[in-house]
Design a protein around this ligand. Structure first.
Ligand SMILES: CCCCCCCC/C=C\CCCCCC(=O)SCCNC(=O)CCNC(=O)[C@H](O)C(C)(C)COP(=O)(O)OP(=O)(O)OC[C@H]1O[C@@H](n2cnc3c(N)ncnc32)[C@H](O)[C@@H]1OP(=O)(O)O
Ligand SMILES: Cc1cc2nc3c(=O)[nH]c(=O)nc-3n(C[C@H](O)[C@H](O)[C@H](O)COP(=O)(O)OP(=O)(O)OC[C@H]3O[C@@H](n4cnc5c(N)ncnc54)[C@H](O)[C@@H]3O)c2cc1C
Length: 618
């Protein structure tokens, strides 16, 4: 395709079969990036041409039957044998079998495997290994390997998620993914050397930027063990835009359909109005439209942050890893929660036709909703963000300066909202900052009181984890609101566009407060009168957005072939499209379905059952 931007390439491949989850999805999304980010130059030189030309087709095999979230608990082992200079991969228990990796069951002939590294009798934690699982000649399964599909799932029907286990499979030492290595003089491009020790090693022993195993099995650990988690951070940073895309497409379908669908007399004898004119339909759909715009902006921000931080890491500067992890983990969770719930509301807003595959909505839903689970289960990801927020809170209390998007932490919580009838964007941001700061402090206070009461750290953590979750969710929500407001205020948009987009941004902020009112009012930050301002503003914004609602979804510019929807067609010919879809149903290709003779006819006309039996033998 010649498209270099990873996300753009992903989108255009998607266009070929939108929301069908290509059996090569993991090859593109994780196998290739892992080679790119975790392999040495020599390993890249060896593997990338094969992988980019589909000789090697691979996936990312980390999750096991017994462990998905807790990577350090993975049971697959890779034990170094210095005599043969090989790693022995083994699945020692039933629960150590790899289970869930996409494209694993029947498609891939290779995978990058996350396994516990053992050398010289010591465990060094999870590391990545390149493993061939099928012949590149005839695709037969290689000795020492068991692999297959895991069976039907909630969705993802076109992806052969699989299982995989190893029976003392030997792989060359060079197959441990290692990045950067040096022999003698440190080549300029290998300045990461500060992350691993310099040592004279035989050239063929590619030592890595992140970790190394010398030929005798000596292990040289990286400065940060989480560098091995890099591929997950990349995908989390990409999932935000993917979730936004799913929600935006669902909004296109449901809002266009709501402009076509007419239902119920507005008054006795009156015309049936477009259902988009019902305030309740606007109440359910317009905030989702605003959320889709907000998440698209957040997705751009987090992916650009990933690119910047990853560039720093490539140059040896790991300082921003914690921020990137906290941002990508939290926004991945926040965006997939919001998008999944929003797509379901869009489906319901389309009535019966929304439940048809013809609407395109079920496919979008089952494509987006697993994003709440894969690449880091959402609650766990939110708690990872909360872990970072707690560290920021204690730094703030010590008077330390905090990075940009957490500077609100530790602020004075005695102030009240500046909200007036106008509902200024600045007052919206202040409200979200106050809510997040208050929830971060409340979680920290809870932890402190539990510890002071004699609880151990891990008991205090678990005993505060609901409040930690609330704090992380509020932090992510603040990020999305502030990022949206910054985009509106920074954009040199035409005055008309700014007016429309300012209403959309205002609605996103106002609706978020009204749907989480308790968290904004618990300490009296808002008065009852100010809540009234917000309620009236929300209803006014519905009227304000209504004339531009279809234009706002058209602006996403998704072609009909990507939406795959009879309801969301650009030409609005919904009923003809639904009828054509029904007529084309395979079961309608014969007037009487073959099952009539075998199952119905004996009931309806038992006397002629013998004919039926004749037919059934056909
Ligand atoms: C190409 C474009 C794509 C576009 C869109 C994509 C759409 C979908 C694409 C593909 C289909 C889906 C693919 C799905 C594939 C998978 O699911 S792969 C498997 C994913 N699995 C996970 O994500 C596992 C989740 N678990 C973890 O990440 C870790 O276990 C954990 C982070 C929860 C805990 O790790 P642990 O090692 O136990 O660390 P802790 O003790 O909790 O923390 C120690 C410190 O390390 C810091 N940290 C943790 N992770 C990272 C990280 N990734 N980066 C930086 N730092 C990290 C953590 O904050 C702690 O730091 P402090 O001690 O300072 O607090
Ligand atoms: C469609 C799909 C595709 C996938 N593709 C791949 C792939 O290509 N490669 C791959 O390796 N994996 C893949 N996975 C697996 C996926 O990464 C894991 O399912 C995911 O990481 C969650 O881990 P788990 O299943 O063990 O859930 P668990 O961690 O068992 O989660 C179950 C519950 O326990 C809770 N929980 C767990 N730990 C904690 C904690 N510390 N604190 C609080 N609550 C906790 C969770 O919040 C959750 O509610 C895929 C999964 C799906 C659904």
């Amino acid at each position: 395709m010649g498209i270099t931007d990873m996300q753009e390439a992903f989108y255009y491949r998607e266009c070929a079969a939108a929301h069908e989850n290509s059996p090569l999805g993991l090859h593109y999304a994780m196998f290739l990036p892992t080679i790119n980010k975790q392999a040495t130059p020599e390993q890249k030189k060896k593997w990338l041409p094969l992988a980019e030309n589909y000789k090697m087709i691979g996936t990312y095999a980390q999750t096991e039957l017994g462990h998905g979230t807790f990577i350090r608990g993975l049971e697959t082992t890779a034990t170094y044998d210095p005599k043969t200079k090989e790693f022995i991969l083994d699945s020692p228990t039933l629960t150590s079998k790899k289970y869930w990796p996409g494209c694993l069951g029947k498609t891939s002939n290779h995978c990058v495997v996350m396994a516990q590294l053992y050398t010289q009798g010591k465990s060094h934690g999870p590391h990545m290994f390149m493993v061939q699982i099928r012949s590149m000649e005839d695709h037969s399964v290689l000795p020492g390997i068991e692999v297959g599909v895991i069976g039907n799932k909630f969705g993802y029907g076109t992806n052969d998620n699989g299982f995989l286990s190893f029976d003392k499979l030997r792989i060359p030492r060079e197959n441990m993914l290692m990045r950067y290595s040096q022999v003698g003089r440190i080549p300029r491009e290998n300045m990461l050397m500060r992350y691993s020790q310099v040592s004279r090693i035989p050239r063929e022993n590619m030592l890595m930027r992140y970790s190394q195993v010398h030929e005798d099995g000596t292990y040289v650990k990286p400065q940060n063990a989480k560098l091995a988690y890099g591929s997950m951070v990349l995908i989390r940073s990409s999932i935000v835009s993917d979730a936004a895309r799913g929600l935006a497409q669902a909004c296109v379908i449901s809002i266009r359909y709501s402009a076509v669908r007419r239902q119920t007399e507005a008054y006795p004898g009156g015309e049936e109005p477009q259902i988009l004119d019902y305030q309740t339909q606007q109440y359910r759909l317009f905030p989702l439209l605003a959320s889709a715009y907000s998440l698209q902006l957040a997705g751009k921000y987090v992916f650009n942050t990933y690119l910047e931080v990853n560039d720093q890491i490539e140059k040896g500067n790991l300082e921003s890893m914690p921020e990137l992890h906290a941002l990508s983990a939290g926004l991945k969770a926040f965006s997939t929660y919001e998008a999944s719930a929003g797509i379901e509301v869009c489906r319901i807003c389309c009535g019966g036709h929304g439940y048809s595959q013809a609407s395109g909505l079920p496919k979008i839903y089952v494509d987006v909703v697993p994003g709440c689970t894969y690449e880091g289960e959402n609650t766990v990801m939110m708690l990872q963000t909360a872990r970072y927020l707690m560290k920021c809170y204690s730094r703030a209390k010590q008077g330390q300066k905090l990075p940009g998007f957490v500077q609100y932490i530790g602020q004075n919580l005695n102030k009240k909202s500046c909200m007036s009838e106008e509902v200024a964007l600045g007052c919206l941001v202040m409200a979200y900052e106050h809510r997040a700061a208050r929830l971060v402090e409340a979680a920290a206070m809870r932890m402190q009181s539990l510890i002071q009461g004699g609880k151990k750290q891990h008991e205090a953590w678990n005993g505060s984890s609901v409040q930690l979750f609330w704090a992380a969710k509020a932090h992510c929500h603040l990020f999305c609101v502030k990022n949206f407001v910054d985009a509106i205020q920074a954009k040199s948009l035409s005055s008309k566009t700014v007016t429309v987009m300012k209403s959309v941004c205002q609605l996103y902020g106002v609706h978020g407060i009204l749907e989480n009112l308790g968290e904004f009012m618990q300490d009296g930050f808002f008065s009852g009168e100010q809540v009234g301002y917000l309620q009236r503003k929300m209803l006014a914004l519905f009227e304000n957005i209504r004339p531009n609602a279809v234009a706002l979804v058209d602006a996403f510019d998704y072609p009909d072939m990507v939406l795959g929807s009879c309801l969301g067609r650009y030409d609005g010919q919904v009923y003809q499209a639904l009828y054509d879809y029904a007529k084309s149903a395979p079961m309608n290709q014969t007037e009487i379905h073959s099952t009539y003779y075998k199952h119905l006819k004996p009931l309806i006309n038992p006397e002629t059952t013998s004919d039926a039996m004749q037919f059934a033998k056909l």
